[in-house]
Design a protein around this ligand. Structure first.
Ligand SMILES: C[S@@+](CC[C@H](N)C(=O)[O-])C[C@H]1O[C@@H](n2cnc3c(N)ncnc32)[C@H](O)[C@@H]1O
Length: 221
């Protein structure tokens, strides 16, 4: 079923995740802090989030299209289950082709460092919205578009080498705007930086937050 095959990027990403910067791991803890119930994580990579699911999470369905990353995610799921973590099922698929095990409704959908890569951001967010129960949460930790000179640099790298070099990643995406366009209501949001402000790294500006699929009562207000 998998339609994503980026062996070189997968090797680089696995290498990076084995040496994950402390700031990124801290962001993952904040991302998942207080998450509860049944969780769908799409584009789970090596399973770097799995160790951060807390006691309130009853089940995680983790979807990952890239074969070598999926194998590493399955190993991470085993380690989580051997500890005090929740049961995690790892399956092949994408936002466009979720496997049957990813049938909703979920209490939480987790997107970390994946919305930069999906071919159609709005469509992926519609899928996330549909997978959630009314009142359910989208938890996101994504690098996002900047203004000014860094924004210009992002547009330049996106138009040239960046997506090919980094598994389809685009740096100049208005991901938070797209989350709102998809019908989510912002609950918590913070702008964070992967590196100090003076470093012109295209993936430096990041957004970390929780948005909610409104429930019926909220919609009718
Ligand atoms: C930069 S990695 C991030 C992995 C993980 N979410 C994390 O936080 O470490 C991007 C991931 O998105 C996956 N991916 C790429 N295209 C996708 C799609 N259309 N649907 C779901 N996942 C996708 C890649 O295989 C890869 O695992």
């Amino acid at each position: 079923m998998s339609t994503v095959d980026h062996p070189r990027f997968s090797a680089v990403w696995s290498w990076l995740m084995r040496r994950e910067p402390a700031a990124l791991a801290h962001g993952r803890r904040l991302l998942l802090d207080g998450a509860r119930g049944r969780v769908l994580e799409v584009g789970a990579g090596t399973g770097a989030n799995f160790a951060h699911y807390g006691a309130g999470v009853t089940e995680v369905v983790a979807v990952e299209p890239e074969p070598s990353l999926r194998a590493q995610a399955a190993a991470a799921a085993g380690r989580a289950a051997a500890g005090a973590g929740p049961r995690i099922t790892v399956a092949d698929g994408t936002f466009d082709a979720l496997p049957p095990v990813a049938r909703g409704p979920f209490d939480v959908v987790v997107c970390s460092l994946v919305l930069c890569t999906v071919p159609d951001l709005d469509s992926a967010l519609r899928t996330a919205h549909a997978a959630l129960r009314p009142g359910g949460e989208l938890r996101y930790y994504e690098h996002v578009a900047a203004d000014g000179p860094l924004g210009a640099l992002q547009r330049a790298v996106d138009a040239t080498f960046w997506p090919r070099a980094f598994g389809g990643c685009h740096t100049h995406r208005d991901t938070v705007g797209a989350i709102e366009r998809a019908g989510f209501a912002r609950v918590r949001h913070r702008d964070v930086r992967a590196v100090p402000a003076w470093v012109p790294l295209p993936v430096a500006p990041m957004a970390l937050g929780v948005a909610r699929r409104p429930d019926a009562a909220q919609r009718s207000r």
